[in-house]
Design a binder for this molecule. Structure first.
Ligand code: TMP
Ligand code: ASP
Length: 246
């Protein structure tokens, strides 16, 4: 892969062109950022771990009828994906109050939501990825009403599937972020990644200290330590759950 075929470098992945214009190569990095890249670091082996977890979850979701950009893995930290135009939306689904929901509403950490909450954020680093209202989303023409309906339906279906899947890993899916894109045929595909970088994952069997539950990027955000160990633990449990299915 020649260096000049790089088309985009994000905070956690680099995208390369391939010989086929409909296929891109995503290279998962060990780099970690938080708070809109104000905090930077590396998590040893994160690229391979997140690529592997995302691969397993995309394969599971595909088998469940969700169309994703995933194709295959030329090596453990790279994924060949269908080229899509990413919609500038971060779609967050929440089952339990944490993170910015607690900060912005005062809901206590750990409050079980009566029903999953689907939120849309504007994927725009220079604006700090602000929370959108539907009217602002349409004002900015970030997606059509039909796309918003389809994405909401898909996000809830993905939440149902992943919540059950993670339950089998003794992990509670607290919340997560999805991105969607349109392929050359204008088909909506689940894109980006699903990993401890983009989900809050709490160990169901941990002790009373909330910090001991955390198996995701909050360990890096809050300097809780043992970050790589937590990511590895998620991968091992995901692989075990997938293999027990076969
Ligand atoms: P939040 O509580 O900070 O809004 O995060 C909600 C979920 O979205 C959480 O699982 C982490 C994920 N997330 C990302 O994947 N990327 C981001 O830039 C942010 C802020 C959150
Ligand atoms: N990925 C985000 C950033 O650095 C923030 C986060 O995940 O907390 O912009």
């Amino acid at each position: 892969m020649s260096l000049n075929s790089k088309i985009y470098e994000g905070k956690a992945k680099i995208l390369y062109k391939t010989e086929d214009p409909e296929i891109l190569l995503a290279d998962f990095k060990d780099d970690a950022t938080a708070f809109n890249a104000q905090k930077r670091g590396t998590i040893t082996n994160k690229g391979v771990i997140n690529c592997s977890i995302s691969t397993q979850l995309f394969q599971q979701l595909e088998a469940h009828g969700i169309k994703t950009h995933y194709i295959d893995n030329p090596n453990p930290h790279q994924m060949r994906v269908k080229a899509v135009k990413i919609l500038p939306l971060e779609v967050v689904v929440r089952n339990i109050a944490a993170g910015s929901l607690c900060q912005q509403t005062g809901l206590p950490l750990g409050t079980l939501l009566k029903q999953p909450l689907v939120e849309f954020y504007y994927k725009n680093d220079s604006l700090g990825d602000p929370l959108l209202t539907r009217d602002r989303l349409y004002l900015l023409e970030l997606a059509t009403p039909e796309q918003v309906d389809t994405i909401t339906h898909l996000a809830l279906k993905i939440n149902d599937f992943l919540s059950n899947f993670f339950q089998r890993c003794s992990i509670t899916l607290v919340d997560f972020k999805l991105e969607f894109g349109l392929d050359a045929q204008q088909q909506l595909l689940l894109a980006d990644e699903i990993s401890p970088d983009t989900c809050r994952l709490w160990d169901t069997h941990a002790g009373n200290d909330p910090d001991s539950w955390v198996l995701d990027k909050d360990r890096f955000r809050k300097d809780l330590g043992n970050v790589e160990h937590a990511y590895q633990e998620v991968l091992q449990r995901v692989l075990k759950a997938v293999n027990s299915n076969n």
